[in-house]
Write a protein that binds this ligand. Structure first.
Ligand code: DX5
Ligand code: ZN
Length: 221
């Protein structure tokens, strides 16, 4: 079986009990924690920053933390997330003046770096920096909120991104974010994704393990 990773987005967790929520979702079988950073400028919502990432590390979270920056300009905050214990740091090309430099900044720290593409953003940038990318994150909703509906056109884009990654011969994860659920995860994987963000599908359910187990069963079909 392919090496599939499930990354619950804590955007849909209960922030008042965040440490416990993260413990619970990891105990339920999650592979990493997806950490959505929104600045009320690049996206119309305001969430959590490096202090919360550090707080989770101090609390004892050992799993990879997958930091998705929806922040513009992005460079100023990258260093803070490196110091806060991020494992992956991904950003949107529109949010950086110098995409190559931002990627280099992340890589130089030892963190893994990635680019995030909105539903209507072309994959073109990837061609020039693919050697500096550990992850390609495709948004399957417009960024800003959890609980939105998966945009079906993303499936074609996943196939395109999969071709680019395979042609590069590089070890790059292909992550999908937005509207992922037990009912569409299999076709998303069939299109070429290997890493799945799911917020509301997991945290709005009464039993996190049941959802993650069903996702894994779907992925093993
Ligand atoms: C949206 C965020 C997503 C979001 C996913 O901007 O990047 O990570 O939390 O939530 P669901 O899985 O509910 O679509
Ligand atoms: Zn996200």
């Amino acid at each position: 079986m392919k090496d599939f990773l499930i990354a619950p987005s804590i955007l849909s967790a209960d922030f008042a009990r965040l440490g416990e929520e993260v413990d619970n979702v990891l105990a339920a079988g999650a592979d990493m924690v997806h950490f959505d950073v929104m600045d009320n400028h690049y996206v119309p919502n305001l969430t959590i920053g490096p202090m919360v990432c550090k707080a989770l590390r101090d609390y004892g979270v050992k799993a990879p933390i997958d930091v998705h920056l929806m922040v513009k300009p992005v460079d100023r905050i990258i260093g803070d997330f490196i110091d806060a214990g991020a494992s992956y740091i991904t950003f949107h090309p529109e949010a950086s003046e110098h995409i190559d430099r931002s990627l280099q900044m992340i890589k130089a720290s030892g963190c893994k770096a990635g680019l995030v593409f909105n539903p209507a953003t072309r994959l073109d940038h990837l061609e020039y920096v693919i050697d500096k990318v550990d992850m390609v994150l495709l948004m399957s909703v417009n960024p800003g909120f959890g609980g939105q509906k998966f945009i079906p056109q993303t499936l074609n884009k996943i196939r395109q991104a999969r071709q680019l990654i395979d042609a590069s011969g590089l070890d790059i994860r292909l992550e999908i974010d937005g509207g992922v659920s037990t009912s569409n995860i299999r076709e998303i994987a069939e299109a070429g994704a290997d890493t799945f963000v799911a917020g509301s599908a997991i945290f709005n359910a009464p039993d996190y393990k049941a959802v993650i187990d069903t996702m894994r069963t779907e992925l093993s079909q």
